[in-house]
Design a protein around this ligand. Structure first.
Ligand code: HEC
Ligand code: HEC
Ligand code: HEC
Length: 198
C-alpha cells in the first residue's frame, strides 16, 4: 500500500516534469521567434540562411546545392544596418545589380514614375516622403493601386501601428523591403524649423 502510493507520487512527479518541459520548450520557441510575421526581425544569426535551410528551396534537390549562398552574393553589395543588410535602393542606383524586368524580354525596362508624396506627421518625427521613383523601379503600379492604396494624395489612412502589423507600407517593409527599424529612410523630411527669436 505504502509502496504503491509513493510510486503514484513518483509518477505524478514525472508527469509534472514533463508538462514543465513542454511549457518551457514552448516559451523558448516563442523567445526565439518573438515576431513571426516579420521575417526580417529574426535574430541576426538566423538571417540570410543558405538556400537549403531557407524554407523556400527544396533541400533534397541537387540544384539547391549549386546556388550561391546569400551571405556570399550579398557581401559585395552596398550595406544597410538591418533587414538582409543590403541597401537595395543604392545597389540599383549604383548599377551593382541589373534586375531583369520581363521573363520573356531581356531588354524590357521598368515604367518609372518620379512623384513624391509627403505625408505630414504630427509630433516631433520628421515627415514621411513616399517616393514613387524608388518603388516603380522594382514594382508595377498594380502592386499597390488600388488594393493597398487608393491613388489619391491623402486618401489613405496610414499609421505606424498598421505598418508594424504588416499592413499599408508594412505589406512590404519588414518582409521584402527594408524594415521599420530604419526610421529615417521614410521619415526623411525635417519639419520646418520654428523661427528662432534673438
Ligand atoms: C509601393 C506602392 C506604390 C506603387 C508601386 C505605386 N504607387 Fe502610386 N501611390 C502610392 C501611395 C502610398 C500614394 C499616396 C496615397 C495617399 O497619400 O494617401 C500614391 C499616390 C498616387 C497618385 C495620387 C497623386 C496625387 O497627387 O494625388 C497617383 C496618380 C499614383 N499614385 C499613380 C501611380 C502610378 C501611375 C504608378 C505606377 C507607375 C504608381 N502610382 C505606383 C503607392 C504606390
Ligand atoms: C509593394 C511593396 C511596397 C510597399 C507597399 C511600400 N514599399 Fe517602400 N519600398 C519597396 C521596395 C521593394 C523598395 C526598394 C528596396 C528596398 O529599399 O528595400 C522600397 C523603397 C522605399 C524607399 C526608398 C528608400 C531609399 O533609401 O531611397 C522609401 C522611402 C520607402 N520605400 C517608403 C515607403 C512608404 C512610406 C510606404 C507606404 C506609404 C512604402 N514604402 C510602401 C516596397 C514597398
Ligand atoms: C516604411 C516607412 C516607415 C518607416 C521605416 C517608419 N515609418 Fe513611421 N510612419 C510612416 C508612415 C507612412 C506614417 C503615417 C504618416 C501619416 O500620418 O500619413 C508614419 C507615422 C509615424 C508616426 C506618427 C504616429 C503614428 O503612429 O502613425 C510616428 C510617431 C512614427 N511614424 C515613428 C516612427 C519611428 C520611431 C520609426 C522607426 C522605429 C518609424 N516611424 C519608421 C512610415 C514609416
Amino acid at each position: 500500500m505504502k509502496y504503491s502510493r509513493s510510486l503514484q507520487l513518483i509518477q505524478l512527479g514525472v508527469l509534472g516534469a514533463l508538462l514543465m518541459g513542454v511549457a518551457l520548450a514552448a516559451l523558448s520557441a516563442e523567445k526565439k521567434d518573438p515576431n513571426k510575421f516579420n521575417r526580417l526581425m529574426t535574430p541576426i544569426s538566423e538571417r540570410n540562411p543558405p538556400p537549403a535551410e531557407d524554407g523556400i528551396h527544396d533541400p533534397e534537390s541537387f540544384g539547391t546545392e549549386l546556388l550561391q549562398t546569400p551571405r556570399a552574393s550579398f557581401s559585395v553589395l552596398p550595406r544597410s544596418p538591418s533587414g538582409n543588410y543590403v541597401n537595395w535602393t543604392k545597389a540599383l542606383d549604383d548599377g551593382a545589380i541589373e534586375p531583369r524586368y520581363h521573363r520573356d524580354d531581356a531588354d524590357a525596362g521598368p515604367v518609372v514614375m518620379d512623384l513624391n508624396i509627403v505625408r505630414e506627421v504630427k509630433g516631433s518625427m520628421p515627415n514621411v516622403v513616399y517616393p514613387h521613383k524608388q518603388h516603380t523601379e522594382w514594382l508595377d503600379c498594380s502592386n499597390c493601386h488600388p488594393a493597398l492604396f487608393i491613388p489619391q494624395k491623402g486618401a489613405n489612412q496610414i499609421s505606424m501601428a498598421q505598418i508594424l502589423l504588416g499592413e499599408a507600407c508594412g505589406a512590404c517593409h519588414g518582409k521584402v523591403a527594408f524594415p521599420v527599424s530604419e526610421c529615417r529612410r521614410c521619415h526623411s523630411q525635417p519639419k520646418l524649423e520654428v523661427s528662432k527669436t534673438e
